[in-house]
Write a protein that binds this ligand. Sequence first.
Ligand SMILES: *Cc1c(COP(=O)(O)O)cnc(C)c1O
Length: 362
Amino acid sequence: MGHSLTIERTLKKKSKPPENQLGFGIHYTDHMFIMDYTVENGWHQPRIIPYQPISLDPAAKVFHYGQTIFEGLKAYRTADERVLLFRPDQNFKRMNRSNARLSIPQIDEEFAIEALRQLIQVDQDWIPTSAGTSLYIRPFVISTEAYLGVAPSKSYQFIIIMSPVGPYYAEGVNPVKIFVESEYVRAVNGGIGEAKTGGNYAASLKAQEGANEKGYSQVLWLDGVHRKYIEEVGSMNVFFKINGEVHTPALNGSILDGITRKSIIQMLKHWNIPVVERTISIEELYDYHAKGQLEEAFGTGTAAVISPIGELNWRENKILLNQGQTGELSAKLYDTLTGIQNGLMADPFGWMVEGTVLSKQI
Ligand SMILES: *Cc1c(COP(=O)(O)O)cnc(C)c1O
């Protein structure tokens, strides 16, 4: 792909929200990246333009058949004014795996990272600096062909937007109450659970709503066939500390291959804490709890990083984990991973990479 990226700067910069009121995914930066795909030209015309609405034909496939994928990653500004990205290569690799599953054409991963660096450079004054804040980056692809026949679209747009965000939980890292969902499922093996695509989220809303009504913040998803084996928690991967070992559901085709999950596994192994990726049933988990061996549980994902689980409700059997408090290991994982991401702690894994093109100024 021969790309030459053009940059059109905005003539009126937006005012920035106060850093203590960022929320998550509410405010967007001054610019966006966009690139088009057609069968004749492949991916072409990459450009950074002022942040603006996009115009699509009402028959565009994305509205009808959900052929779309997305990614989520963060940029951080360090105390010494560097801009760092956490494992962006992993996000763009996964983007192409999602693309492949949804019959969307592959995107040049290295070019995408370079385009992202250019975009961050243009909007770098949007990266917040207070503790717990970052610049959330949302790359996504939509199918744009105006045609109601069911077939892969012949045209697409790849877009990157960015949002300055506060800590995912404004109140800080506190354990959340989780409802174990026994009726609805988010994905089944052979479906699209492994792909980061809107359809999985649409499928999850009903259960999420039900859990919220009952006073729970998320659901624990069980497998789609038996409603027996643990898959994920909300839109996060899930881990359990049992008898000093850490257990997490093995990737099985319906579980999203989280980059935080992968990194936590690597970190635990680095600390010589045994990690087991396997099939875990909800029954077994409750048995471990009954025997006093279920020590901690937490979810992992880019947005919240680590989200400790304080309570589970499975068919009205409620159990407290670690007395409803954040566990020692959950806290250590959170502090270490966010420390590495913010450039406050050494990065023995080589995860952090430059987020801008040149050293500092544009
Ligand atoms: C994005 C996502 C995750 C977490 O992935 P990260 O790469 O760690 O952010 C987990 N589960 C689902 C369903 C997701 O969409």
